[in-house]
Design a protein. Sequence first.
Length: 236
Amino acid sequence: MKNKTIIFKDLGLIDYKTCWDYQEDLFNKTIEQKIKNRDLPVEEQSETTNYLLFVEHPHVYTLGKSGNEKNLLLNEFALKEKHATYYKINRGGDITYHGPGQLVAYPILDLDNFFTDIHKYLRLLEESVILTLKDYGIAGERSRGETGVWLDSNDLKKARKICAMGVRCSRWVTMHGLALNVNVNLDYFNNIIPCGINDKAVTSLNNEMKREVDFNDIKNKLKMNIASLFEAHILT
């Protein structure tokens, strides 16, 4: 029983912890349904639900399970001065920044509805961003051994990251996701060693294009590219 419909929710600007709790709730309910289905005949099983959340967050730094706290270059007092918060969270990856003007996408998908391959999942998320950037004339790329989307990834002097990614997956259910720098204030990245990588810069779409980007326009493009790559129907 495969459900390829994805319920889309644009939550706008939302506190990180509030959104994290909401993700956890959806994630846990999906897992509970999968566990319940195991003990039922096929004809009595219920479909699991897929979600795609788009959000912006107030200034916040998050550290993944494998991250190093030393990559946060601010103490508690400095965080308050920057009006920023800090959380250790349960995704993969190291430290990253979220803030206004950054498009954050949280797919909460039951991969049993699509494919059970976490590497394919990550590559498709990257591809959705690469295709979206292409619509703006920007050549997004993968960097070998580094998750996310980059520009000029093969040139050490010019390589810069435009989209960070970090996910959690349990029983083939995903949460967390990607953060695409659109009109974000890049100065906030100076307070961390982004993703633990200290020899490459961070950029944004408006920095590359030298103009503000229509946020609703890029939301629509990314949403449609995710739907196409996952062969899903987006329900708004």
